[in-house]
Design a protein around this ligand. Structure first.
Ligand code: FMN
Ligand code: SF4
Length: 502
């Protein structure tokens, strides 16, 4: 039984017991005494739990309180800056934007602006005029015949399977209404992705949606999926921040008949995609594969996503781009603090480069090889509010993706049960009863509102900084408080000069 249900059950037993004791004292005391003796006998004779053997009856309270500790902590103890992975302020930010609630704040900031790691931007005395519409970013190198004009904020990769069908439909409808893209995640394109929103079709090591019977890449299947008109770009996933070097995981509980059919799998089994790709095994192989995908898709932009691990491997890819002239249209940088439906904790905690370092390293390396103008950099990693977007673009990203921000907009309450198929908000589950609570017609509006509100906040900062073009955003605009000093991002991460041989 779930800890919360166990707690409610215990509370009911307690109050019913109290009632019986008051009105039927003698029989009640006898029943209670017998129950305690029986539970105690069971506890001392069972061999599974040491605590219960050593502390019969009373030991149950330990398990009860341990089980509901996260809920007690979130509702009663957690401060605004507590709460992991996303703190209360970040969650509240999304909820207020999603519900279009009052988003102004009275009486001044509640933060200590000189606290460690507080970040801020330098506004200008000469703010720029309001924009008629938000700028968009063109993605597509010269090899691409169907370039795409992308929104500055989009939905990061999350598969149907890790998210419920209602969640996928609401995300896609929100994307259609707000004119931003929806990355399918590595689970392939399902009918629920086809509510009219632009799609980025992601291909992982399991090649879902483009695999043959042996699980290898199939040109024919790929062409069918890439031809879908809503598919505007294709993203080859090399790795994701939460589990780099470890293939995707779909727990058996979530792998129902429908998901298995879409992905070409055996239902109700744990699915572990391989950690690496079978279609290539070198920088040149990767670039040739990307070029092949672009041709097979009829010239749509194709890029790859990774969490940076060994720096030299990224440098080798840049070298190979210069040598072969084969360019990806975009590169998506995911930080090691990225989210997931399910991952081994040791990978989430200890593998891969954190977001800020990874983004700066990738941007600097592309600039060094004079590739940054052609190859767009997309990034994800706890980009929740307008300032996060502003900082990402100042560091050198061209546009942003958000996964968990969009989940919160769908109603996620950070219960952290995405891997158990018990998500209470109906977001990360295929349990029908739970999913029912997520009403698509209500939630797509929230996805769109959250997107639009966050983009508006970004544009307000952009104007306050006096920017008139996205290229005005740079590292001299962002600062951080550290060790009682102001750290300028421009000094911390100096721009990389183009290397001399280019
Ligand atoms: C439930 C869930 C499922 C995800 N599935 C994928 C996936 O299929 N492919 C992928 O590249 N990243 C996947 N991610 C990672 C996100 O796309 C994103 O890169 C990461 O969570 C960082 O963004 P965030 O901080 O906005 O969540 C998933 C994340 C979550 C939370
Ligand atoms: S509410 Fe659902 S989606 Fe959100 S963290 Fe919990 S289980 Fe995951």
């Amino acid at each position: 039984m779930k800890p919360v249900l166990r707690f409610i059950f215990a509370a009911i037993v307690f109050f019913v017991g109290l009632y019986l004791i008051i009105f039927f004292p003698l029989p009640s005391v006898l029943v209670i005494a017998c129950t305690i003796v029986l539970v105690g006998l069971h506890d001392v004779t069972q061999k599974e739990h040491t605590i219960l053997r050593n502390f019969p009856v009373i030991g149950h309270f330990r398990y009860l309180f341990e089980g509901i500790a996260p809920e007690i902590h979130q509702y009663f103890v957690e401060s605004d800056l507590d709460g992991k992975p996303l703190n209360r302020i970040q969650r509240r930010y999304v909820y207020t934007r999603a519900k279009k609630a009052v988003n102004t704040h009275p009486f001044g900031t509640e933060h200590d602006l000189q606290r460690e790691n507080m970040e801020w931007t330098a506004h200008s005395i000469y703010p720029s005029p309001a924009l008629d519409e938000a700028p968009r970013v063109r993605i597509g190198t010269e090899a691409c015949t169907q370039p795409y004009e992308a929104n500055l904020l989009n939905i990061s990769a999350m598969s149907y399977g890790s998210l419920s069908k209602n969640a996928i439909m609401a995300l896609n409808k929100g994307a259609a209404a707000g004119k931003f893209y929806h990355n399918t995640g590595e689970g392939g394109v399902s009918d629920y992705h086809r509510m009219g929103g632009d799609l980025v079709y992601q291909i992982g090591t399991g090649y879902f949606g483009c695999r043959d019977a042996e699980g290898h890449f199939s040109e024919e299947r790929f062409r069918e999926t890439a031809d879908i008109p809503e598919v505007k770009m294709i993203e080859l996933k090399l790795s994701q921040g939460a589990k780099p070097g470890h293939g995707g995981m779909l727990p058996a509980k979530k792998n129902n008949e429908e998901i298995a059919r879409i992905r070409g799998l055996e239902p109700w089994t744990d699915v572990h995609s391989p950690p690496g790709h079978s279609a290539f095994n070198s920088p040149q192989g990767l670039l040739e594969f990307i070029d092949r995908l672009r041709t097979l898709s009829g010239g749509k932009p194709v890029g790859f996503k990774l969490c940076i691990g060994r720096e030299q491997e990224f440098v080798d890819i840049c070298e190979a781009i210069v040598e072969t002239g084969l360019k990806p249209d975009f590169i998506t940088i995911d930080g090691a603090e990225g989210g997931t439906g399910a991952a081994p904790v040791i990978f989430s905690d200890h593998v891969g480069m954190p977001w800020e370092n990874a983004l700066v390293f990738a941007v600097n390396t592309l600039r060094r090889y004079a590739l940054k103008d052609d190859i767009k950099v997309i990034t994800a990693g706890k980009i929740i509010d307008g300032f996060d977007m502003f900082k990402a673009l100042c560091l050198g990203a061209d546009l942003c993706n958000s996964a968990r921000g969009m989940m919160l907009a769908l109603g996620c309450i950070q219960a952290l049960e995405c891997n158990l198929n018990t998500c209470p908000a109906g977001v990360a589950t295929n349990n029908r009863a739970k999913m029912r609570g997520l009403v698509v017609e209500d939630k797509w509006v929230r996805v769109m509102n959250y997107h639009d509100g966050t983009l508006d906040d970004f544009l307000d900062l952009y104007r306050a900084a006096g920017c008139t073009s996205l290229s005005d955003l740079n590292r001299s605009l962002v600062f951080r408080q550290r060790n009682n000093k102001v750290e300028a991002f421009a000094d911390l991460y100096p721009d990389m000069a183009v290397r001399e041989t280019v």
